[in-house]
Design a protein around this ligand. Structure first.
Ligand SMILES: NC(=O)c1ccc[n+]([C@@H]2O[C@H](COP(=O)([O-])OP(=O)(O)OC[C@H]3O[C@@H](n4cnc5c(N)ncnc54)[C@H](OP(=O)(O)O)[C@@H]3O)[C@@H](O)[C@H]2O)c1
Length: 244
């Protein structure tokens, strides 16, 4: 299937590793010109070299970092045709462990960062009459995980935002969707001391997902072929989420 992405420009935030990198790789394979943003110069330049992408060093949990990333992206490729919004996850916490400051930090990291990106890039997409936005969230937005309060709450909020925006921009050829990864074997997952074999046994597919399985879904949603899919939160989770 030709996804008709060749020649499109794409910004993938958190694009140096894991799900962001896999999304960039899939978009690059389909011919998109890529910009990747992340904080760590060494992994970012490695990833950019592999994918022939433009690297932008930015801390997207800080407003100044987000605004700098927006400017640098415009300098590199203009306003992107494709925007994949992704970053690190917030700290784990039960509700008893959360704090008002912790909520503010997590909101900057997930919610305010997303708003700034959309504020910068949705209007040019609408003017152009086409655009694709994918926000990587989590299955935890629909099926809360006990000690991930910040993530559970803020990502469910992102879904509300996406649903609302989708209706506003659909008539201008712009789509916006969320992708909800289940347990996907990225560096992050292998590095936080989880018992991955035990988790895999609880997943209907009986295994963790591969980053490229998320990347392929992101690339499809960013393609012309997905022009009639918008305002959705689509899981890539091996069957964890069972309800609609
Ligand atoms: N993997 C899973 O199973 C899974 C499941 C559900 C949801 N998710 C969510 O999906 C997202 C990506 O997960 P992942 O597993 O791909 O993580 P990952 O392998 O750790 O990759 C995260 C990427 O985001 C960048 N990043 C993190 N914090 C950043 C910041 N403040 N500013 C700019 N870039 C930042 C990282 O680079 P630097 O560290 O160099 O900045 C890296 O490129 C996370 O939000 C995670 O919570 C993942």
């Amino acid at each position: 299937m030709d996804l008709a992405i060749t020649g499109r420009t794409a910004l993938i935030t958190g694009g140096s590793k894991g799900l962001g990198f896999a999304s960039a790789e899939a978009l690059g394979r389909e011919g998109a010109k890529l910009v990747l943003a992340a904080r760590t110069e060494s992994t970012l330049t490695d990833a950019a070299r592999k994918l022939d992408a433009v690297p932008i060093i930015a801390d997207l949990a800080q407003r100044a970092g987000v605004l700098g990333c927006i400017d640098d992206t415009r300098d590199a490729i203009g306003n992107p045709d494709i925007l994949v919004i992704n970053s690190g996850g917030p700290a784990p916490a039960t509700f008893a462990e959360t704090t008002p400051d912790g909520w503010r930090v997590a909101a900057d990291q997930l919610f305010h960062f997303t708003i700034e990106m959309l504020d910068a890039f949705l209007a040019p997409m609408r003017e152009k009459g086409r655009g694709r936005v994918v926000v990587i969230t989590s299955f935890a937005a629909r099926e809360p995980i006990a000690n991930l309060l910040y993530s559970n709450a803020l990502r469910a909020g992102l879904h509300g935002l996406i649903n609302s925006i989708a209706a506003e921009v659909a008539g201008d050829g712009v789509t916006i969707n969320a992708v909800m990864p289940g347990y996907i074997k990225t560096d992050r997952m292998t590095g936080i001391g989880l018992d991955l074999d035990r988790i895999a046994a609880t997943i209907p597919a009986k295994r963790l997902g591969r980053p490229e399985e998320v990347g392929d879904l992101v690339a499809f949603l960013c393609s012309d072929r997905a022009a009639y899919i918008t305002g959705q939160a689509i899981a890539c989770d091996g069957g964890i989420l069972k309800g609609i």
